[in-house]
Design a protein around this ligand. Sequence first.
Ligand SMILES: Nc1ncnc2c1ncn2[C@@H]1O[C@H](COP(=O)(O)OP(=O)(O)OP(=O)(O)O)[C@@H](O)[C@H]1O
Length: 305
Amino acid sequence: MLSIEHLGYRYPRADTAALDDVSLTAQRGHVLGLLGPNGAGKTTLISHLAGLLPVQQGQIMVDGQPLATVRSATPTRIAVAPQEYAFYPMLTVAENLACFSAAGRLTAAKRDERIAACLAVAQLERYQGTRAEKLSGGLKRRLNLAIALLPEPELVLFDEPTVGVDPQSRAFILEAIKSLARHGAAVIYTSHYMDEIEAIADQVVILDRGRMLCAGSLDELLAQHEPVMVLAADGIARDALLALLAKHGTVLDSSGQRVSLRLKSRPAEVLAALDNASATVHSAQFGRGNLEQLFMSLTQRSLRD
Ligand SMILES: Nc1ncnc2c1ncn2[C@@H]1O[C@H](COP(=O)(O)OP(=O)(O)OP(=O)(O)O)[C@@H](O)[C@H]1O
């Protein structure tokens, strides 16, 4: 449905590009997860799709037509749930929805139907009469979600919708977004939480400093990389432990005697080497890595830096 080709963007007077040669596609019925640390370019990408930034380099097409053409012909096909709260704080939940549905040029009959449906999706029925400014952080995010969904968009963009949200609302928002894709929308979801991307995304793009590091399904991405071992050992000095493990792979992360290692050797060889060095292994897990470890192995940095 959406195809971005070789997108590049540099903010006025910036030294480096915020986006550099980014190409991706988003399909109906799928969630595309855009994972990257602070400053990776996620918001810049979403801002392009929201029509807030002009295309400087490359192109963005929706069903074969330039995005700008689609946006001006049928603006409601694409919706954005931005990072900021996008509603009127002084109005109640119901008034906000009425106001945004009027702005979305829905017919009166359709308007009532959509308001009811979006209240239900965001489970905000109980809060219809509450002024938006009085809602908790999680409920405010849910109001953002309800407003974004009012016009039944075909492509929905979520820019870190769970920032500052309690765990219950977070789980709820993720589930609502997944169900949106199940009902046929194309969804782009940005986050710097790898567990959210792992939970929600059918396809994953990892962005860093404006560039795409890799793209594919979660399984494809994780299968391309060597397995990871996470172990805790003592009876051996930390420096000696790290030096020993460095012979068997790349140390991704370590804290005290707990180490994550991208393996080059077989796990049994690592355990035998530790045994020979009189180390006591308290726990060892072996398997494919996660997105955080993949990011670290590609950049030698943490997603959370
Ligand atoms: N208005 C602006 N003017 C100049 N540079 C900007 C502007 N907005 C963002 N940038 C820069 O562009 C780069 C990408 O920023 P962007 O906000 O898109 O990243 P992000 O992945 O959304 O980060 P975060 O997770 O912190 O929201 C960063 O280096 C940032 O400093």
